[in-house]
Design a protein around this ligand. Structure first.
Ligand code: PMP
Length: 349
């Protein structure tokens, strides 16, 4: 892994926070130039947050069974994606591999960092082109630093089997990033179980979906302790605010309620998957392992405008590869799903 890092990251002397130099409890803290006062009622908001989210990571280990040494908390998983690109890819020289149609941020962060995004498109049934992936892997090209595999995939909704993910880890010699933002809605299992076998694998999780904390911006990198240590050294020192760390801790205390709601979302998803199939404006509903449905329609753009006029916002994915005339609809409350269903049912061209 060390050889894959950018030289400047490998040799980085990390910023040293005031709190890095002292651990434990004291009576007087005058080491970080904070304001001693608290003007608003958010317990200790006047103090800098824990740079490495110790309490949160301990709780994540208990509830999500992700080992403490193998996690880094990001400002959403978006921050972690950007950090991975900046850690490994030399601007203007290295590249990432993406599997479109997929989550758009991988290419955007590559573009921002002047890193090329090489595409291996999915086949038209949204399965992976394993032959093409193996061919790229066999080149053993050290400049193709990261391969991003989103499973369950956004916007197609399907998850890849763990056997398939393992095949990618075996055939791609550099870093394989499996983005599991939607994994809790899937029955196909998590790639975390492969981490001990494949040191080139890293997994991304987020509190934005099933944990219902999109506004808090909390994501998780799960990776070898070596990769985690390097990311802790190069990330913004205080990348996750105190209220966000607390919100994630609170959510983990509510794990039972979250898991119950997860089952409810899956039930509503499966119900509306069947219902959407009966609509005359819908030509196909794709199987979903996520908390959204991708539906093929007779005219996605017209339907998007029609729904928007009714103050119902869905995502028009018609410009994405293999997604012509597709809308992506998140599974909201039963009432919200009913509203979008009834609106689609009363659509006349
Ligand atoms: N990965 C995928 C596949 C996503 O769809 C999203 C957001 N929609 C993210 C990552 C980013 O999540 P976060 O809110 O944790 O930055």
């Amino acid at each position: 892994m060390k050889e894959l890092l950018r030289d400047n990251i490998r040799n980085l002397v990390p910023y040293s926070c005031a709190r890095d130099e002292f651990s434990g409890e004291a009576d007087v803290y005058l080491d970080a130039n904070e304001n001693w006062r608290e003007f608003i009622n958010l317990d200790t908001i006047n103090r800098y947050p824990d740079p490495v989210c110790t309490a949160l990571r301990k709780k994540i280990e208990q509830v999500m069974l992700l080992p403490f040494e193998n996690t880094v908390i990001g400002n959403g998983s978006d921050e972690i994606i950007d950090n991975l690109v900046r850690m490994f890819c030399n601007p203007g020289k290295d590249s990432i591999v993406i599997l479109p149609p997929t989550y758009g941020a991988y290419k955007v962060f590559a573009d921002v960092n002047n890193v090329q995004a090489l595409e291996i498109p999915l086949l038209s049934d949204f399965t992976l082109d394993m032959d093409a992936i193996k061919k790229v892997g066999a080149e053993q090209d050290p400049t193709k630093k990261l391969l991003f595999c989103c499973s369950p995939n956004n916007p197609t909704g399907n998850a890849y089997s763990l056997d398939t993910i393992e095949e990618i880890c075996k055939s791609f010699p550099n870093i394989v990033v499996v983005d599991e933002a939607y994994v809790d809605f899937s029955d196909k299992g998590t790639a975390v179980s492969l981490l001990s076998k494949y040191p080139n694998l890293v997994v991304l999780r987020t509190f934005s979906k099933c944990w219902a904390l999109a506004g808090a911006r909390v994501g998780i990198l799960v990776a070898s302790s070596e990769i985690c240590q390097t990311m802790r050294a190069m990330k913004y020192p205080y990348n996750v605010g105190l209220p966000s760390q607390r919100a994630a801790l609170h959510a983990l205390n509510e794990a039972d309620a979250v898991r119950k709601e997860l089952e409810n979302i899956k039930t509503v998803r499966n119900e509306y998957s069947k219902k959407f199939q009966t609509l005359s404006c819908v030509t196909e509903v794709y199987p979903s392992d996520a908390n959204f449905l991708l539906i093929k329609t007779v005219d996605a753009t017209a339907l998007w405008h029609y729904l928007t006029e009714k103050k119902i916002i869905v995502r028009n994915r018609t410009t994405q590869l293999h997604c012509e005339n597709c809308l992506r609809i998140a599974i909201g409350s039963e009432e919200e799903c009913r509203q979008v269903y009834e609106a689609l049912a009363s659509w006349r061209k």
